[in-house]
Design a protein around this ligand. Sequence first.
Ligand SMILES: Nc1ncnc2c1ncn2[C@@H]1O[C@H](COP(=O)(O)OP(=O)(O)OP(=O)(O)O)[C@@H](O)[C@H]1O
Ligand SMILES: [Mg+2]
Length: 252
Amino acid sequence: MPVVCVASPKGGAGKTTLAATIGVALRRIGWRVLALDCDRENALRLHFELPSDELPGIANDGGAERDWTELAVETPSGVFVIPFGAAEASDSIRLTTLIGDNPGWVGRKLAPFFEYRDLAIVVDMPPGPSVYDAEIDTLADVHVAVLVADALSLALLPRFQRGDFGWGGAPRKSPTGYVINQVEPRHRLCRDVLVLGREVLGEALFGTVHHDEAVAEAVACRQTVLDYAPDSIAAHDIAAVANRIHDSLAPA
Ligand SMILES: Nc1ncnc2c1ncn2[C@@H]1O[C@H](COP(=O)(O)OP(=O)(O)OP(=O)(O)O)[C@@H](O)[C@H]1O
Ligand SMILES: [Mg+2]
């Protein structure tokens, strides 16, 4: 029942893409996997060959009455997905208020899944601080922080390491593994950022993922790159990251 929280100090870094792909990679390693979408964008489901009609999610009708075991939908990759849902802004706000007023609510909704010791729960976090930070931090066994190989990500890194993004400024309960995504080795700045990132992060750097057109093409086909282009460089990179995550978790 380990929980893997995928977050970033920066929007658009690749949280959703990596959460989905890491989920599929963990499934292939042997974990049962539940991928949970905590972002109103409701984009996680787009990586899993699900029918285009909207699926119910955690935020529909303000979220209160939903049984999350009924929301989990099995996908062709073998990963179960709980969507955020195509929620109106008012529903999303109601859910935020509900969670804010009831600390531990997300954990109680996930409780039925915690019975399965071989089930890894991968959480796609929204960009920026949110009510989900404190909720997921109490549950997470490992945080995966997605950075991009640019100067801004590196500049934001010390604040993120202090817990200044999300988690109410408090140190995170569980260890954080960093992934530098969208690496373009041909770009000099990118190479410099990688050198510095490796120096600063050391063992906490779980891996780097190349910028690879196959990643964007995969989502256009509603798949992860592991299915769409298994021999691509990004597929290999993300599988290696998933192995590092697996090593940090109890054996499946
Ligand atoms: N390694 C990669 N190579 C090429 N494109 C990538 C890679 N990683 C992510 N992308 C592309 O970058 C864009 C943003 O990715 P994604 O939606 O996963 O980011 P996010 O961090 O979840 O964004 P948000 O902050 O809006 O939730 C998408 O178009 C995705 O296809
Ligand atoms: Mg996202």
